[in-house]
Every structure is written in C-alpha cells, then in structure tokens.
Design a protein. Structure first.
Length: 244
C-alpha cells in the first residue's frame, strides 16, 4: 500500500516535532506495523526476532505505552527458519489438491488451508461487497494498492497497514482518523481476526501462528472497544462517523 502523508503533518507540509505526536495512538500504530510483518511470509530476520524474544518483548513494551489491556503470549516459533517457512506455506500460501476420480487421475484444487483474505471468513458478505467497501476506504484517504504487488483489498496485511496508517494520522492530530479506524475494525478487521483465531486454534499444525492470531484478535478487540468507548463519550450532538 502506498501513500504520501504518513510522515508529515496532515494539515501541512512540515514534519511535526516529536513532542506534538500523541504517544498512545503512535504506539498502536507500531502494534499494527508489527502484526502486519508477523503475518507476511517469514524472513530469517523475523524468525530470529521471534526466537530470541525480541518481538514479544517489543510488543509488551509497546502495549504499556497505550491504555490497552492486552497480554502478549509466548511467540517463540519452536522450530528453525526452514520449518517455519514451510509451515507458513502449508497454512496460508499453498493450495490443496485431491484426486477426485482415480480412473482418469483428475485433480480438484482448492485454496490455502487458512485464508488471509477477509472474504474467505465471511458468510454474511460477498467478495465484491467486502472489497468494494475497502477500496472506497483506501481511496478516501488517497491510498492505493502497490502496483508491483497487486493484491485484493481484503488481504489481512493491507488492512493492518491501513489501520496502522490511521493510528499514525490520529497521533498527528486527526481526530477523525480514530473514527475511521473504529469503523474499519467494526466492519472488517475484528470479524476477520476472530475467525482467523478460531480456525488456527483448532489446527495442530498452526504452531506459532495460533499464538499470533490470538494476539491479533486481542489487540484488535481491545483497540475497537477502547475507540468505541472513547468516541461515544466524546460525542455530543454530532456523531463521529466516516462515510467512504
């Protein structure tokens, strides 16, 4: 996802003084950034950071800079990089194939065991409904999917990037960005994360990804509840809602 506004004051062209940045939403942006990285195909650097506790410790420290009550589970992979990479591929990247007719060897193929696309977890909404709504949200903020790595708008990583982007905009002083993140969580990410957690919790082969999905669900649920409470308390005659 590409944008041009994350490092500057949204009201102008000059970079803000660090003292003008709100610490809590900035820390939440870091949480989203880290979770985005955790659900990408693992690199050797990510494996090392999980194995030595750097990511878990960093997440715990970051949570303390927010008002969120979130416990971070043990995120040690318990396996070497090659096996972690293979596990990710089996869960999220490789399709399944099954012989459906032994007489002619025909094969029926399916998608990955666990989908990293929201539409794969929604029985109450179509692929088009989910993706059109997210496309409008991204475009509302002048964002677009990277042309070099074009993907569907409901990809987990893209949605987490967007949530982190909105947290950074809130940290820079845009109150409406908090309302937009609340709506994104309400309409998309909390439902997605809860389903992902449930699916991985039931799989013996999930490994560390079951813990990562549990953490994802905890962070999103806590952020959503906190935003909803805060925005409801701050509302007077005007409701803060974002229409994209």
């Amino acid at each position: 996802m590409s944008d041009t506004n994350t490092a500057v004051d949204p009201r102008g062209d000059d970079r803000l003084d660090p003292h003008d940045v709100r610490a809590d939403p900035a820390a939440r942006g870091v949480l989203y950034q880290t979770l985005t990285r955790a659900f990408e195909h693992p690199t050797e650097e990510l494996h090392t950071s999980l194995a030595d506790g750097q990511i878990a410790d960093g997440l715990r420290e970051t949570v303390t800079k927010t008002s969120l009550d979130v416990s971070v589970p043990d995120l040690a992979p318990g396996e070497d990089y090659e096996n972690l990479s293979a596990r990710y591929n089996r869960l999220f990247a490789l399709g399944m194939a099954a012989v459906t007719d032994r007489t002619d060897g025909s094969v029926e193929t399916e998608g990955p065991v666990v989908s990293l696309y929201e539409s794969g977890h929604r029985d109450d909404a179509t692929w088009e409904t989910v993706n059109v709504d997210l496309a409008r949200a991204y475009e509302y903020y002048g964002l677009s999917v990277d042309e070099d790595e074009r993907d569907h708008h409901d990809n987990l990583g893209l949605q987490l990037e967007f949530a982190g982007y909105l947290a950074r905009r809130e940290a820079l002083g845009e109150d409406d960005a908090a309302a937009a993140r609340r709506d994104l969580l309400d309409r998309h990410l909390t439902v997605f994360a809860a389903s992902l957690r449930e699916e991985l919790a039931e799989m013996d082969a999930a490994g560390v990804y079951a813990d990562l999905a549990l953490l994802l669900d905890r962070v999103l649920a806590a952020d959503h509840a906190d935003l909803a409470d805060g925005l409801d308390s701050a509302s007077t005659t005007d409701e803060r809602e974002v229409t994209w």
